[in-house]
Write a protein that binds this ligand. Structure first.
Ligand SMILES: *Cc1c(COP(=O)(O)O)cnc(C)c1O
Length: 423
């Protein structure tokens, strides 16, 4: 391993300095391998559509959009002015925010993949047991008969917080027993919330990889238990990828049609890689070369940048280069990347960069003050992207910049205040 570990950004990465890595392996869309087909992603979108009556019945906050779990895209005007000033550089092009922090049900990007994998599992169990056919009204999933049926089954997951929250909320609403293996980073209010809805929270003093490992091991011996594997799940990934189709519909309505001359740059906060990877994959599927995705990671936890830049993917952890994996961006506190994501993103990802915790808190205040949007620290990793990336990358002047927000919608008011006041 040691002798392979050299790439130009390594020294800066080791020193925990904000670093941009550009992926030399990007392929033109027509040549890039995309082993997950658009038929797979469309099937996922259809499954989510079948479950709309259930979502409407079980989660009132989905009623506004008739059971669609989707977030808005907004233009950031005052925020852009503030950051232009802050970085002493006027960003050309249009600045947009995709607000997954306010997705219904669980207030984070995990309301895409996490919820998708659980409903897929539930549907398969129910069909196999002869309790449901795909043509009935899926409001039936909110009823007592299916809840009693699912009570014999468990769902387990390892998480730094938000994935556990999503799985707990959807799993319990369907009637499953739910075990959430929480890393030391997980916030107390998330554990409290999960316990209040009857999920079993297992706490670890160690980081995310250990929580996942333990959850996986406990679930392996139990044929009634389905483990949501954030490090290698294809279903999670496909659930996230549905965002590509939906985002295109939304941008079309806004009259925004990215092209290679006027591309869409997307800046995605990244932990293990599944969320941003799935979203980027879905966007590549619909926009091809017109979309340029970048991942954003904390300086202490750049597992995907490290894995992809070194070519070692999941075989190297940030601790191997002396980084702590200690960050206030709890949603991104992941030391080892997903193997699946590194492989799938190799020809598609434009680049990745790191950001300091202090910057996340500064952006948190600016986003609140200038746009009136509260985001949790992790969710701001993408917000510095348009300015930071264009320092070293030839960003086109005529372009769209889409900052992907990923969490914060469920953070309680007193926690929000603490984060806002943090210096
Ligand atoms: C989970 C999460 C991410 C990143 O998703 P991964 O699949 O871990 O890469 C980003 N932001 C927030 C707030 C999250 O909870």
């Amino acid at each position: 391993m040691k002798n392979k570990l050299d790439f130009p950004e390594l020294a800066a990465l080791k020193a925990a300095r904000p670093t941009l890595w550009l992926n030399g392996g990007v392929e033109p869309a027509e040549r890039a391998a995309m082993p997950i087909s658009s038929a797979d992603v469309l099937a996922a979108a259809e499954r989510l559509a079948r479950f709309k009556p259930f979502f409407r019945a079980a989660f009132p906050d989905t009623q506004l959009n008739e059971g669609l779990i989707e977030s808005n895209i907004v233009e950031l005007n005052n925020f852009k002015v503030a950051l232009d000033k802050r970085f002493n550089k006027t960003l050309d092009g249009q600045l947009l925010l995709k607000n997954d922090a306010y997705l219904p049900i669980s207030g984070s990007i995990k309301a895409r993949g996490g919820i998708y994998e659980v409903i897929k599992h539930a549907e398969q169990l129910a069909i196999k047991a002869g309790l449901v056919t795909p043509d009935v009204d899926y409001q039936i999933f909110a009823g007592d008969q299916l809840k009693r049926f699912f009570a014999d089954y468990r769902i387990a997951v390892g998480s730094t917080g938000n994935l556990g929250l999503s799985i707990g909320l959807i799993g319990r609403a369907l009637g499953f027993a739910v075990d959430v293996h929480m890393s030391a980073d997980a916030k107390q209010w998330k554990k409290d919330k999960l316990r209040s809805i009857g999920a079993n929270v297992v706490e670890y003093q160690s980081d995310y990889s250990i929580a996942v490992q333990n959850g996986r091991a406990q679930a392996a011996d139990d044929k009634y238990c389905h483990f949501i594997d954030d490090e290698q799940s294809r279903d999670l990934f496909v659930g996230y990828a549905v965002a590509g189709l939906r985002t295109k519909q939304q941008l079309d309505k806004m009259g925004i049609v990215p092209t290679t001359e006027k591309p869409l740059y997307v800046y995605l906060p990244c932990g293990v890689g599944g969320g941003p990877g799935g979203v980027a994959y879905g966007l590549k599927m619909v926009y091809g070369d017109a979309v340029k995705p970048f991942f954003a990671e904390p300086v202490a936890s750049p597992c995907v940048l490290l894995g992809m830049a070194s070519g070692l993917n999941e075989k190297i952890a940030v601790q191997d280069i002396g980084l702590s994996n200690q960050t206030e961006a709890d949603g991104l506190a992941v030391g080892r990347a997903s193997a699946l994501v590194c492989k799938l993103m190799a020809p598609l990802l434009e680049g990745a960069y790191t950001v300091q915790d202090d910057t996340l808190f500064e952006l948190l205040r600016t986003m609140q003050d200038e746009a009136g949007i509260f985001l949790e620290p992790s969710a701001l990793a993408g917000a510095v992207g348009p300015w930071f990336v264009s320092e070293k990358y030839n960003t086109k002047a005529d372009a769209y910049h889409l900052i992907w927000s990923t969490g914060g919608g469920m953070v309680p008011p007193e926690e929000r205040q603490k984060m806002y006041n943090k210096k």
